[in-house]
Ligand binder design. Structure first.
Ligand SMILES: NC(=O)c1ccc[n+]([C@@H]2O[C@H](COP(=O)([O-])OP(=O)(O)OC[C@H]3O[C@@H](n4cnc5c(N)ncnc54)[C@H](O)[C@@H]3O)[C@@H](O)[C@H]2O)c1
Length: 371
């Protein structure tokens, strides 16, 4: 494919996500025939020496200390935000006002109000929110099976996001326990992913009832949350997200039970999808473990031959490639800021429901996301 040009990227923050995104920026054109080349132009971090080390490691050309000095520079096309949540809004707003393409980590913001301001500022800009689990090949394949009607009428959707480090937080994670920096605890961190997947796979949530808990003494953000939900398609939903599911490291799972089939996914075995095809004669029914590494599976033909499994980092590469292709076609990429605002509103509903001890209706039915 002839390239449509080169995009200069400025990335703000160089921690966990900074590394995942740097890798994606470098690898996208190596695996896929992307319509744009990407130049890793500026890395922004407050500690210049550390930022320089990371920049040299991943091939960033320049280092700056203050995000304000780079987001509106004329030689920058793309601003990528990998900072703690409270900085998403000011950085994204400034970048959008300067007309940049804005890529932002999830959750979109710390509050609904900030998220709304970001959507408003980015009207007319191309945006992406890194809900990267949509682009796990097995998850995308699950979506294709649902779209093809292979599950029939859906009865149940179950979303779990289980981690266990909440009892002994380390220094690198400190901002995640600061309500001013994180906005929320497990809700923004983990439940946001589960809700994004749920609405993408099973459509809008109509109403919900939740229970939010803090286990650690004096902690000011939520440690665990459970949610009962009802989807617009009539199916029942249950969600659990926690940093206190001792024994689980990063168990991001969903299960969908329909009249004609059932699916199960667990990120810790991300190359696999369990499919029970209830259209088969009863003697042949049962969970089948599909190895979603091709042939005929999304994304993977561009990585390695069938059976040669992929990893966490490939989800960011696939997300970025889809974004670049949408950009080249002049189409909207999903999930963008508007999609992520809907997740922010749902998180707010979860929080309110727990505080008030009642079911609450979602007002967002019309807008939930397609591919
Ligand atoms: N998509 C995912 O699966 C996923 C996974 C983890 C984290 N995240 C999200 O990514 C974001 C970052 O999380 P992380 O795990 O990379 O955190 P991290 O603590 O590893 O990194 C945060 C980075 O932000 C930098 N930073 C902080 N204040 C800054 C400032 N004023 N100017 C410039 N840089 C600043 C820090 O120096 C650090 O480099 C969060 O919004 C988080 O929710 C998403």
């Amino acid at each position: 494919m002839p390239k449509q040009g080169t995009l200069n990227v400025a990335m703000i923050g160089y921690g966990f996500m900074g590394r995942a995104h740097s890798n994606a920026f470098r690898q996208a054109s190596a695996f896929f025939d992307t319509p744009f080349d990407l130049r890793l132009k500026v890395l922004c971090g407050r500690d210049e020496a550390k930022a320089r080390t990371i920049a040299d490691m991943w091939g960033w050309q320049e280092v700056v200390r203050h995000w304000e000095s780079v987001v509106s520079r004329p030689d920058i096309d793309v601003v990528d935000i990998c900072t703690p949540n409270y900085l998403h809004a000011p950085i994204a707003t400034a970048a959008a006002q300067a007309g940049k393409i804005v890529l932002c980590e999830k959750p979109l913001a710390s509050t609904v109000e900030d998220a709304e301001r970001m959507v408003e500022a980015a009207r007319g800009c191309k945006t992406l929110v890194w809900f990267n689990y949509r682009r796990v090949p097995a998850v995308r394949f699950a979506w294709e099976l649902v779209q093809d009607g292979r599950l029939g009428d859906i009865y149940h959707y179950r979303g779990l996001y289980l981690q266990s480090w909440g009892r002994t937080p380390g220094d690198p994670a400190a901002w995640r326990f600061n309500p001013d920096h994180a906005g929320s605890g497990v809700m923004g961190d983990l439940l946001s992913h589960s809700l994004d997947l749920a609405q993408w796979l099973n459509g809008p949530i109509r109403r919900l009832c939740s229970n939010v808990r803090v286990f650690a003494e004096r902690r000011q953000v939520d440690d665990a949350v459970s949610v009962l939900a009802e989807f617009a398609n009539g199916s029942m939903g249950t969600f659990e997200a926690t940093r206190f599911a001792m024994g689980n490291q990063n168990r991001n799972c969903f299960e969908i039970n329909g009249s004609d089939g059932a699916l199960e996914f667990n990120l810790e075995k991300m190359n696999h999808l369990q499919f029970n095809d209830l259209r088969q004669e009863p003697s042949l029914q049962g969970r089948r473990e599909l190895l979603v590494t091709g042939p005929g599976h999304p994304y993977v033909d561009r990585f390695w031959p069938p059976g040669h499994v992929i990893g966490y980092e490939h989800t960011f590469i696939a997300t970025l490639v889809d974004f670049l292709e949408a950009l080249a076609r002049g189409e909207r990429f999903r999930p963008d800021f508007s999609d992520a605002l809907e997740i922010q509103r749902l998180l707010d509903l979860v929080s309110q429901s727990s505080q008030r001890g009642c079911w609450l209706e979602s007002a967002q039915l019309a807008t939930v996301s397609a591919p």
